[in-house]
Ligand binder design. Structure first.
Ligand code: TYD
Length: 207
């Protein structure tokens, strides 16, 4: 069974959500069976947890934050992404477990391996096959941000740590990660994204 689970990752302001939506819509247009999800969220339970996590007026301790992200993700894997992959659907995701490794593991300083360890049991084998890392320096990313949430409002030093952790993760897992320079115009970024996906899988309708 071919598993096609693609996650878009990066710090704030990289155009991740736009590109994830564009890829999902492109795949649909050419006749692929696609599921689009975002993290945290996409399941009913996950969207409830999302509100707790991102409320700008909320208080969430670092490990509480890591565990809530892991909880939302475990629900999504169990209820939605796992079954979709088993049914042969493409899954396109705006963020994934790698955001937790970079933001909570690196940004918050909880440790990548410790954060990986609390996510792994809830995910089983539901890990993205391809992570498209959109690279951008922290100051440029934050300048592009319109309406920061509780975590997006953490500032440039935090975003830099997150970006460095993403880069280290990409280097450690070269078979899973592709990196794209997100400082280019969005159409150029999109062209590169599509090239990477086409290099990995044949894009065609199931019929
Ligand atoms: P998102 O809604 O995707 O916003 P953005 O447009 O900024 O990407 O993500 C919400 C915030 O949650 C974002 O600041 C990144 C953060 N986040 C984590 O800290 N850990 C995680 O595991 C995930 C999925 C997101």
């Amino acid at each position: 069974m071919i598993r096609r689970y693609i996650a878009f990752e990066g710090i704030e302001g990289t155009g991740k959500s736009t590109l994830a939506a564009r890829l999902a819509s492109h795949l649909e247009t050419v006749g692929c069976d696609v599921l689009y999800v975002r993290e945290p969220g996409s399941s009913t339970t996950g969207e409830r947890i999302r509100r707790v996590l991102l409320d700008p007026d909320g208080t969430v301790a670092p490990w509480s934050e890591a565990l809530l992200f892991a909880a939302a993700r475990a629900q999504l894997a169990h209820e939605i992404v796992g079954p979709a992959l088993a049914a042969g659907q493409w899954v396109v995701s705006d963020r994934s477990v790698y955001s937790s490794l970079a933001y909570q593991g690196g940004g918050r300083g909880l440790g990548v391996e410790r954060v990986r360890a609390v996510n792994a049991p809830g995910l089983g084998d539901v890990w993205p096959e391809m992570v498209i890392l959109l690279e951008l320096d922290a100051a440029t990313g934050l300048a592009r941000q319109e309406d920061p949430d509780r975590i997006g409002g953490e500032g440039v030093a935090f975003q830099s740590k997150v970006g460095q952790t993403f880069a280290a993760l990409a280097e450690a897992e070269p078979n899973r990660f592709v990196t794209v320079n997100a400082a280019q115009g969005i159409d150029d970024v999109w062209a590169e994204v599509l090239e990477h996906v086409e290099a990995r899988w044949v894009i065609s309708s199931p019929e």
